[in-house]
Design a protein around this ligand. Sequence first.
Ligand SMILES: [Zn+2]
Length: 278
Amino acid sequence: MDARAKRILFRTYWSNGWIDDGDRQTAPEDLAYAKDHGVMFDPVTWTHDESVSRIQRLRDTGLGSVVANGFVASLSSRRLDRRSALASWSMVERLTPHAFQPVVAGEGLDDGGTVTRSDVVCETCRDAPADGQLTARQVDRDIDLNVLSFERLKWGGVRHDDLVYARFDLEQLARTAAHDPTAEDRTLLQRVLAVIEDLDPEATAGGLVRALRPVLPGTVAEHRAFVEILGTARVLRPRGAERPEHLRSDWGAAGQWRGGDRYDVHRVRQLFPGAVQV
Ligand SMILES: [Zn+2]
């Protein structure tokens, strides 16, 4: 990936924290450079039906193994764009061809209790993932792909439960050359699994993030996103009864998981054949 293009994207959104909406700017020549290198984009309008059929086509070309290899190859390289796709893939892998099927997901009320806004999403997409819910609107206009690109490159993605992000993420991955994991990457995967095996049964997702620190290259924010990706990909899945969430917890997919749940051996074998011995 071109380092200058990436720097231009990062400087648009981040300076020791998010840059406020109104203060974000990119010089026209920088924007042109970043667009030429496939890191920044013009706004797009995407329909649900088009996104579903695009994802279908990617699945038919066997993107699944590229996704899994890219994830493992991200462990030593910190190529977070490749890491992201495992979560996106897991949200859409059971998606079948379908047209938008509207259902009201939520409503906005005014002070008198009158409905002022209805959020309509696709019911088929919502119910497609094995765990969690995928959010898909009929049409998204003027989508800012740049913020999605930034989140993808900085953390490995944030909005994995959104059809727009899943499509963007998987299409971007399909455009880059396939990347095979090295022996070091495979060792890192084994070590991550060993860390999960050895965790205190009561440990939370935050405890796993701390335990990963000496094992996995990257920042705390990257490790946190990594654990969420493992949760979204159902490598980490809570077993048994619902657990109370910490009130201040802003964890998503990994929020209910505890150390005693370990990892889903079948899922790991399915995603990464050969990673689990026995
Ligand atoms: Zn749908």
